[in-house]
Ligand binder design. Sequence first.
Ligand code: FNR
Length: 188
Amino acid sequence: SAVRLLGISGSLRRGSYSTMLLRHLAARLPAEVTLQVVTLEEVPLYDADLDGANPPAGVAALKAAIAEADGLVLCSPEYNYGMPGVLKNAIDWASRPAFASPLKGKPSLVVTSSPGALGGVRAQAQVRDALAATLARPLSRPHVAIPVIGSRFRDGELVDATALEMLDGAVADLLQEVRLIRAATEAA
Ligand code: FNR
């Protein structure tokens, strides 16, 4: 049956490789799977005074999209050895109410990339840690961190065989986790 994934990019810039990776993934999924790609420009800085039943519109939209998704793909660069503030900020908004938020129990694949040699592994560790704090389910599998990201694209198309293989394997694992959770929920 149909699976709905939500892709969240950790980069706002128009030419973002992170967003390109998500768009690439969206175009090669099995027929019964959809991936909606969102960026975070409409999410203001976290303010507990604005949080609650009627949060800012961009926050409400993000939380609704997460709630409706069967699984998440977070795709992010690394900024100064960590995840970009925009992504952390979005996770913070989406994490409320604590331990009962739309992120709770959500199977989540984290993908990082970098023009450098390490593929954003340090940001990846941070994203996974923050997700664990929200009781989301970051996938238990080898990390997908793609180094030298610029060289993997040609004319906006991801053409690198290694990167393609890594991403396809990770998405397959995410879909398996979604189906496991669905089966367990239906059995309960
Ligand atoms: C970076 N970049 C970077 N890369 C990395 O591998 N480790 C790092 O610590 C940093 N730090 C960093 C800080 C800031 C403020 C910027 C703007 C950039 C480079 C970064 O990975 C590169 O710009 C990516 O291409 C950005 O991702 P998008 O926008 O292409 O998705």
